[in-house]
Design a protein around this ligand. Structure first.
Ligand SMILES: CC(=O)N[C@@H]([C@@H](O)[C@H](O)[C@H](O)CO)[C@@H](O)CC(=O)C(=O)O
Length: 326
């Protein structure tokens, strides 16, 4: 009995971690790196670094799916034109190599979101994701669903994901309310990227979801909790440089080796606690990725400020110490 909220009961008997194939495209599962956007030292997008970035993720981290132009990619700080050029280059370089390229197309303007969604369909993206508008915020889940529906409608053949990240958008609508009846509005709807800490809301989303949706979790520090709730995969910034270790966490979890999965989760937490004590934001995260990977990712875009190198070096050192422990 669902006594938490008064939702109509669904009877999907969903098997955790398994996603059925769907009529529209393929679903994203497993580990997905939310990519940083390479910029030149002058702050222009640096497309030349994208090919090496894709190869780094595949060869050094064993990460086969990416989520581009999202929060980590500073998507909301880029122009529509820049986002198109970046999305096209990520798709081009990942083609035949990666499993999934999901392009985040959310904007404050519905028209801009539609333009990016249409473009993502044209360049062969495997999926699109949309965040809630956050300046004028939707008053209700229905208002948000109308916005999502209008974006999805211009790219009906592209799998669509709703992207929930309340700490950044300030939109605290329950995702479960957003999912209610959504496939009737958006036939291409294929899942949720949930970057919130409310595991009860996430659990209710899993409980409601049909087997052909993917439920992807986005708070890297507590992934194991979401896996226990039935997440099909994870999207996050730290998988850029911790992907190889977190792949082991996922395998351990799937094999029922909870002590191992927990050990790795605690290692991720150790690194993040260390970083947070020093002050951890996207600018620090981006610099850390440059230090760890050797990729030239450049500065963040204003209003974010460049992270001093010694700070990123110090976190990278901690990361090496922690990863040295098997
Ligand atoms: C607020 C934020 O940036 N969250 C990250 C996490 O990966 C986050 O960096 C990590 O859990 C460390 O706190 C992702 O959820 C963001 C993300 O997937 C994206 O870039 O779209």
């Amino acid at each position: 009995m669902n006594w938490l909220r008064n939702y109509p009961k669904q009877n999907y008997h969903r098997t955790p971690h398994q996603v059925m194939t769907s009529a529209v495209g393929k679903n994203a599962t497993g580990l997905v790196a939310a990519t940083f956007t390479p910029l030149t030292s002058k702050g222009e997008i640096n497309l030349a670094e994208i090919g090496p970035y894709v190869d780094y993720l595949l060869e050094q981290q064993g990460v086969k799916s990416i989520f581009v132009n999202g929060t980590t990619g500073e998507g909301m700080s880029l122009t529509v034109e820049e986002r198109k050029l970046l999305a096209a280059e990520w798709c081009n370089k990942a083609k035949y190599k990666m499993d999934n390229v999901i392009v985040h197309v959310g904007c404050l303007s519905l028209k801009d979101s539609q333009e990016l969604a249409r473009h993502a369909g044209e360049i062969g993206a495997d999926g699109i994701a949309v965040i809630s508008p956050s300046f004028f915020k939707p008053a209700t889940a229905d208002a948000l669903k109308q916005f999502l529906q209008e974006v999805a409608a211009v790219a009906p053949a592209v799998p669509f994901y709703y992207y929930h990240i309340p700490a950044v958008t300030g939109v605290h609508l329950q995702s479960r309310d957003v999912l209610e009846g959504i496939e009737a509005l958006i036939p291409s709807f294929r899942g949720l990227k949930f970057s919130g800490s409310d595991l009860m809301d996430f659990g209710q989303c899993v409980s409601y979801s049909p087997p052909h949706w993917s439920l992807l979790y986005g708070m890297d520090e507590q992934l194991i909790g979401a896996l226990a709730m039935g997440a099909n995969g994870a999207v996050g910034s730290t998988y850029n440089y911790l992907g190889s270790r977190v792949n082991k966490l996922m395998s351990a979890f799937n094999e029922g080796d909870l002590p191992m999965a927990r050990t790795i989760q605690f290692q991720v937490q150790d690194i993040l606690c260390y970083a947070m004590d020093l002050g951890f934001d996207l600018a620090v995260n981006k610099q850390l990725m440059s230090v760890v990977s050797g990729l030239v990712l450049g500065p963040p875009r204003l209003p974010l400020l460049l992270c001093p190198l010694p700070k990123a070096n110090s976190i990278a050192q901690r990361l090496q110490q922690v990863l040295g422990v098997q």
